[in-house]
Design a protein around this ligand. Structure first.
Ligand SMILES: Nc1ncnc2c1ncn2[C@@H]1O[C@H](COP(=O)(O)OP(=O)(O)OP(=O)(O)O)[C@@H](O)[C@H]1O
Length: 322
């Protein structure tokens, strides 16, 4: 099976006053059709920059300096800018934390979704509205005909985010990059949307990259997980295995700090220290100053991939029972 999305060696740098920083450093992963990949890590780890880099949306002072982004086998980075624009929205779509990044406040939902259809496809207005209606149905919006007539401000936050997801679905893209789309919503609405997203991946075969700092959300939704730290993927693998038996000390720390993994009222352990400044990363392993397993080797040598079948960027990965 051709992967819906294959990212190889993606590297993105920003030229800042403090010097050049590598916000995305040799990132590789692939997502098959209908699968959901959760990209997790603390704030500043490079998740959003990864998403924007895939979509070719990095602007100065940033630049994608290397790597390949294959969508259904086609390298987006090799496309001329106008073809890349055509791919965006059609083959690869993005959903943001704030749905108003996608929605136009002065247009009815139906009008703007129909316009989004007609940007790429020459179909009648009627056919475009029909497609908008069925996209709303796909994300579980009740009474879609009424919602099409509404303006965005007449909808609840959860409903607006569903409309943004439906808009991303209009052209049946191979890949959707969703950047913290449920973070601003209350927990029950978030749960409903996550269930719809799971169903739409299964039903439509769209591959989804779900960017989140919230490991609890990602573990309930994703098939695979990639954990980012300081611009690198430090651990990746099937979601249930990564959660049940993390091998990177950073992943273990993230899991331990998820509230649901503890008795109510108990104090949550936090990973000591804070995320490093990309402009002044320590030599060796960037996680070393926060790691209780670090040795002299970690001070001098950057870690390499240390496990077969599962990526773990660590000199001293945790052992797991076979
Ligand atoms: N416009 C920019 N100029 C300079 N550096 C940038 C810029 N955008 C991002 N960076 C660098 O890239 C790093 C990663 O940012 P990114 O937004 O991808 O983090 P994130 O993991 O998505 O965090 P969050 O969850 O807070 O959005 C930042 O810490 C910063 O060093």
């Amino acid at each position: 099976m051709t992967a819906a999305l294959q990212v190889r060696g993606l590297t993105t740098r920003f030229d800042t006053r403090a010097g050049a920083v590598t916000a995305v450093n040799d990132v590789s992963f692939s997502v098959d059709p209908g699968r959901i990949m959760g990209l997790v890590g603390e704030s500043g780890s490079g998740k959003s920059v990864t998403g924007f880099s895939i979509l070719g949306l990095i602007e100065a002072p940033g630049r994608v300096t290397g790597g390949e982004v294959l969508v259904e086998g086609q390298d987006l980075r090799a496309l001329p800018p106008d073809e890349m624009r055509r791919m965006r929205g059609r083959k690869v779509a993005m959903v943001f934390q704030d749905p108003m990044m996608t929605l136009n406040p002065v247009l009815r939902v139906g009008d703007q979704m129909a316009m989004a259809v007609q940007v790429h496809d020459r179909v009648s207005r009627r056919a475009a509205w029909d497609r908008a209606r069925s996209a709303l149905e796909t994300v579980g919006i009740p009474a879609p005909g009424e919602r099409l007539m509404a303006y965005p401000h007449q909808l609840s936050g959860g409903m607006r985010q569903r409309v943004a997801i439906a808009t991303a679905l209009l052209h049946q893209p191979a890949v959707i990059i969703a950047d913290e789309p449920t973070t601003a919503l209350d927990v029950s609405i978030q749960g409903q949307i996550l269930a719809e997203v799971r169903r739409l991946a299964d039903d439509t075969g769209t591959a989804i990259v779900w960017v989140s700092h919230d490991l609890a959300v990602v573990s309930s939704l994703a098939d695979e997980i990639c954990v980012m730290y300081a611009g690198r993927i430090v651990e990746s693998g099937p979601a249930e295995r990564v959660i049940a038996a993390p091998r990177h000390p950073y992943t273990r720390g993230l899991i331990a700090s998820v509230p649901s993994s503890h008795a109510p009222g108990g104090r949550l352990p936090q990973i000591p220290g804070s995320t490093p400044q990309l402009s002044s990363l320590p030599a060796g392993c960037p996680f070393r100053p926060r790691c209780d397993r670090a040795t002299d080797l970690c001070v001098t040598e950057p870690p390499r991939v240390a496990a077969a079948g599962r990526t773990v960027l660590c000199h001293h990965p945790l052992e797991v029972a076979p």
